[in-house]
Ligand binder design. Structure first.
Ligand SMILES: Cc1cc2nc3c(=O)[nH]c(=O)nc-3n(C[C@H](O)[C@H](O)[C@H](O)COP(=O)(O)OP(=O)(O)OC[C@H]3O[C@@H](n4cnc5c(N)ncnc54)[C@H](O)[C@@H]3O)c2cc1C
Length: 285
C-alpha cells in the first residue's frame, strides 16, 4: 500500500522546525527522523499524518558530544553511530553492546536514538538505557524548551510526555565512572526482532560489596523502568550468583507483565528471571 497524501516540509534549522511544528501539529503534523517506524505505519495507513516535518536536513541535530559529564545525542544521530564506542569508559562500551540488538544493519543506518525515544516502543533498547541511567531529554517548541527526566518521559505504550508541537532536540546520558560494571541481556525469538524482555544491570564494587546498583527491565511492562526491589537485593551484597539470583527473583515479583496473543504474562515473568540474572552476570564478567 502507498501512504495517504501529506505535505512535506524540510526545515534547515531547529527554529524553523519548531515554527513549522507550531503551525502543523494541530493538523496531525509529525516529525520525520529516520522513518524506520513512522514510514511503515504510513505505508499500512495506520498513520495518516497531513504534514511531515523532515528534520534530516537540520545539521545542528547531528551532534554527538560529551558536555558537563553527559553524553549528548542530537535528534539526527543514527543507531549505527554506536557500532563503535562513541565515548571512553563503560558507557561507550555499554552502548555498543546494546546497539547490536536493535533491528538489522540497514535499519540501524537510518533510525535514530531520539526517534526511538519519541516512538517509545516498550521493547526499545534505547528507552531502557535512558530509564536505567536516569537520563533526560531536551524538548523544544515555539513556546520554549524544557528538560524532561526519563522517569517523567515515558507514559505508556508508545506514549511520552512530549506535546504534539514539541521537537525532541537531544537525549542526555550520564557518563559512567571507570569502575562501573554494566551488562545487558535480551531475549527474542529471532535476531533483529523486538525483544520480548530485556534487562540492564549496572553497579560498582567497593570493599568487595555492590554499591549504587541499577536494575532496569524493558519489554515486559508497558514502559521500561528501574526495579527498586531488585536494586535493594543487590545493595551491599557480594557480587556473585547468590546476589544475582536474589535480585532476579525480586524483579520477577515486582513486575506487572504484559501479555499478547503469543506470550502470556507468566512467560514474560519467567523471562524477567532469566534476563535479569544474565545481565548481572555479564556486568560481572
Ligand atoms: C523490522 C524492524 C525491526 C526493528 N527492531 C527494533 C528493535 O529491535 N529495537 C528497537 O528499539 N527498534 C526497532 N525498530 C525501530 C527502529 O529502531 C526505529 O529506528 C525507531 O523506532 C524510530 O526511529 P526513527 O528515527 O526511525 O523515527 P521515525 O520513524 O522517523 O519516527 C518515529 C516516531 O517518533 C517521532 N519522532 C521521531 N523523532 C522525533 C523527534 N526528534 N522529536 C519528536 N518526535 C520525533 C515521529 O514523529 C514518529 O511518530 C525496528 C524497526 C523495523 C522496521
Amino acid at each position: 500500500m502507498k501512504p495517504a497524501s501529506f505535505r512535506y516540509h524540510a526545515p534547515k534549522t531547529v527554529d524553523e522546525a519548531v515554527a513549522l511544528l507550531a503551525e502543523v501539529a494541530a493538523d496531525d503534523g509529525r516529525v520525520l527522523a529516520g522513518g524506520q517506524s513512522l514510514v511503515p505505519t504510513m505505508a499500512f495507513r495506520l498513520a495518516k499524518p497531513a504534514h511531515l516535518v523532515d528534520i534530516n536536513g537540520v545539521a545542528a541535530l547531528n551532534r554527538l558530544t560529551v558536555a558537563n559529564g553527559k553524553l549528548v545525542i542530537g535528534a539526527c544521530v543514527r543507531h549505527a553511530a554506536f557500532h563503535k564506542p562513541v565515548c571512553d569508559g563503560p558507557l561507550g562500551k555499554l552502548l555498543t553492546d546494546v546497539v547490536h540488538h536493535i533491528a538489522h544493519y540497514p535499519i540501524r543506518n537510518r533510525g535514530t536514538i531520539c526517534g526511538s525515544l519519541a516512538h517509545a516502543h516498550p521493547a526499545s533498547e534505547w528507552c531502557l538505557v535512558l530509564a536505567a541511567l536516569d537520563g533526560e531529554v531536551l524538548a523544544k517548541s515555539a513556546r520554549g524548551e524544557r528538560v524532561i527526566a526519563a522517569r517523567d518521559f515515558f507514559k505508556g505504550i508508545m506514549t511520552t510526555a512530549l506535546a504534539d508541537d514539541e521537537l525532541l532536540v537531544e537525549a542526555r546520558l550520564p557518563m559512567l565512572s571507570a569502575d562501573t560494571r554494566a551488562g545487558f541481556y535480551e531475549f527474542n525469538r529471532r535476531a533483529g526482532d523486538f525483544a520480548l524482555t530485556m534487562a540492564l544491570g549496572i553497579y560498582r564494587v567497593e570493599g568487595g560489596k555492590i554499591v549504587e546498583p541499577r536494575v532496569a527491565i524493558g519489554g515486559a511492562e508497558v514502559k521500561p523502568r528501574r526495579i527498586a526491589e531488585a536494586e535493594r537485593a543487590l545493595a551491599g551484597a557480594v557480587p556473585g550468583d547468590a546476589a544475582f539470583r536474589a535480585a532476579a527473583t525480586a524483579a520477577t515479583a515486582a513486575i506487572d507483565p504484559m501479555e499478547d496473543i503469543i506470550n502470556t504474562a507468566e512467560f514474560r515473568r519467567d523471562l524477567v528471571l532469566a534476563v535479569t540474572r544474565r545481565a548481572l552476570e555479564r556486568a560481572a564478567a
